[in-house]
Write a protein that binds this ligand. Sequence first.
Ligand SMILES: C[S@@+](CC[C@H](N)C(=O)[O-])C[C@H]1O[C@@H](n2cnc3c(N)ncnc32)[C@H](O)[C@@H]1O
Length: 343
Amino acid sequence: MTQSSSSVDLQQQAGKILSQVAGYVGVKTLDIGLRSGLFEEIAKHPQGITADALAKQRGFDLLYTQVWCRSAYAAEVLDVEEDGSYKLAPHMETLLLDQDFPGYAGGLPAVFTQPEMFDGLAQNLTSGKRTWWDQTSPEWIQGVSATGRAFYNRLVPGGLSKVPGLSDKLAQGARVADLACGVGIGLERMAKNYPGSYLVGVDGDAYSLDMAKERLNKVVSPDRFSLVHSPLEDLSAVEEYDVAVNNISMHECRDIEKSTANIYRALKPGGYFVISDFPFPEKTEQLRTIPARIMSGIQFFEATINDQLLPVKTYVDLLNRHGFKNVGTVEITPIHALTYGQK
Ligand SMILES: C[S@@+](CC[C@H](N)C(=O)[O-])C[C@H]1O[C@@H](n2cnc3c(N)ncnc32)[C@H](O)[C@@H]1O
């Protein structure tokens, strides 16, 4: 809702700008701490470590280490003891360093600080030039996959177990497809959680599939998986899969109607399709929350690949329109929702 200037406190308005800048300082501090191993080192010292000892331990410059420590304390990710030593604030080790924790947030700074996130849009405001995954850097793909990992952690097995009847199907030894599998983190996780399953990874980006192959070859027997290089718009499978999942990618389809029709055809009768994605708010007035502000940031990149995150309702309508039965949704977190249906 719009308020008139006279009814709004000027200082409060200034605070809204300054808090954005403070948030930026926090993101950069998190990013430096995660990349340099400073957080990891501090985690090894639950009783606390001084900036001096920290700098010596890592071979870092003392002044730089002190500056980082103070900023991390200011951002409330470090606490300080009476003797001046720093330790991780409660739960920060889990949230920032445990890659398998469902609420793992340590992947976010790396992805939000990559040039792909904001610069593509800023540099092409006039031209409106778009890009695609094959034009992005390996760092970007790795960064995005760290964000995707947290989604897979919540999806497999917890999220999928909330879809009625799906756990039984997976326990029977299902043929499972990860459609837009990226670097294969979800395939690896499903292989571990559903030992009787056969896994198929499909993706439109060759580099991501190479990474997936490398990853899976280390941990999954070659007779348990295959990888397909194809856009979902050209998916040719017919009644092949018991279960198909799509993690943080369905909104990226160039032609979502064609892709959904292909996915429906690719499922065996009774097969499940689960969309695991960011639930973008339906209304502009719903954007002033922390999760919605983060999703608004992601929209900058999405725009450069010519799409936008979608509201859950759009997916519900999509699955209903394509003949899926038993369509339902599960809210996993404020930035993660499932929409599912059965053939
Ligand atoms: C945000 S990443 C997510 C990757 C993976 N699901 C994860 O969570 O880590 C999006 C992936 O979808 C793939 N992709 C996007 N649109 C696609 C399409 N229409 N067909 C096939 N793959 C697509 C991209 O190549 C990229 O690997």
